[in-house]
Ligand binder design. Structure first.
Ligand SMILES: Cc1ncc(COP(=O)(O)O)c(C=O)c1O
Length: 389
């Protein structure tokens, strides 16, 4: 069977490859601990599950969720309220908010709605792998914007050549940043909006970790920046703040032309999110702030535990200001993938090789804090036994 040529230009999805590797080792009896994937092990808040069950029993919700094109208005209003309360951003629910099947879907539909074949689309390197895949599937040409540790893994707009900025149709970026754990500032977002306005670049700021911040770091949205809504959108998601990765519910907000374009793609592609999931999503947004506070305390405790272990192993690890990842330099003279393999072989602990996030991720590995405390303690014990001095 001859499959589409475009598939030869994208990698197999990173975590599918890792999952296969884990499954194979487990089938051979190895007690693998995966610190590779950012998928919270804690359950979704019970009241959200209860709301889902109640809404799932209502036959009105058994029909196509297409009464309103951009998702249920009540869900979009709840999103607008959440953005106002938590990020100081005013949104018109009817035109500036779109319900999504997770922010990953938004990445894809942004490309289908905005990118013409041959268009240059910028993305950070290191960066979330789905950006490149979605750009390529839409026929665009991905171009990497390097992130450097010296610049706290923020884009330095003065370093982007003017011809690159002129050629770019769009840009993908995300802060709090997966994979580096870096956070942005208001000034950075203002600079982003000004640069995008000057060069007519459509911004897709992907913000699923907006709530996962530490050490007094403020929760920020790109949409707060002056002029942001003229140049772009923000994606967000219920996956990470409410332990809802499996539910597939997220949202796009901001520029109404981009929202309308994505909505047109969506309504011709997937017909929207199950209404019962949207009702449960409203519950999460309106009534589960305490879950976020609880999870932040859990991640804070875990990152401290892992940081102590990594330091005992002589590794260069710093506390991230955002996300539940630790981006850790590998020992001199070692490659990311080799060191990740060594950790797997010696400790049966899986971490993500930084090089999987782009060439500038070489020299790093990424640890996720989304396993239980007990499993993390066990992983730390194995790391100390095998790599501790
Ligand atoms: C940067 C980034 N964007 C999007 C996603 C996808 O999130 P969702 O579950 O909302 O599709 C992830 C998941 O890990 C992510 O790290």
């Amino acid at each position: 069977m001859q499959t589409a040529e475009r598939l030869s230009r994208i990698e197999p999805y990173l975590f599918m490859t890792l999952r296969q590797k884990i499954a194979k080792a487990r089938a051979n009896g190895v007690d693998v601990i995966s610190l590779a994937i950012g998928d919270p092990v804690e359950p979704t808040p019970a009241k959200v599950v209860e709301d889902l069950c109640r809404a799932a029993g209502d036959p009105a919700n058994h029909r196509y969720p297409t009464d309103e094109e951009k998702g249920m208005l009540a869900f979009r209003k709840a999103v607008a309220k959440w953005y106002k309360e938590r990020y100081r951003v005013e949104l018109e629910a009817a035109t500036e908010v779109l319900g999504l099947i997770g922010s990953k879907e938004g990445v894809h539909h942004f490309c289908l709605g905005m990118v013409n074949p041959g268009d240059v689309v910028l993305m950070t390197d290191p960066g979330y792998p789905a950006y490149k895949a979605s750009i390529v599937i839409a026929g665009g040409v991905p171009q990497a914007v390097p992130l450097a540790e010296e610049n706290r893994f923020l884009i330095d707009f003065s370093e982007i050549p003017t011809e690159t900025s002129r050629a770019a149709k769009a840009i993908f970026l995300n802060y709090p940043n997966n994979p580096t754990g870096a956070v942005a500032t208001r000034e950075f977002f203002a600079e982003l909006a000004a640069w995008a306005g000057e060069f007519d670049v459509a911004v897709c700021h992907d913000n699923p970790y907006s709530e996962i911040v530490f050490d007094g770091q403020e929760r920020l949205s790109f949409l707060e920046a002056p002029g942001a809504k003229e140049v772009g959108i923000e994606l967000n998601s219920l996956s990470k703040p409410f332990n809802m990765t499996g539910w597939r519910i997220g949202m796009a907000m901001g520029n109404r032309d981009i929202i309308a374009a994505m909505s047109k793609v969506k309504s011709n592609t997937d017909s929207g999110i199950f209404n019962a999931v949207q009702f449960a999503g409203i519950k999460a947004l309106e009534d589960c702030g305490d879950n976020i506070d609880g999870m932040l305390a859990v991640y804070d405790r875990r990152r401290r535990m892992l940081l102590r272990t990594l330091s005992a192993c002589g590794l260069d690890a710093k506390a991230p200001r955002g996300t539940f990842y630790l981006w850790v330099g590998v020992p001199d003279g070692t490659k990311s993938a080799e060191f990740a393999e060594e950790i797997f072989d010696q400790a049966a602990v899986v971490v993500a090789a930084g090089s999987a996030y782009g060439p500038h991720g070489e020299g790093f590995i990424r640890f996720s804090l989304t396993v239980s405390d007990e499993r993390l303690e066990e992983a730390c014990r194995r790391l100390r036994d095998n790599f501790g001095s």
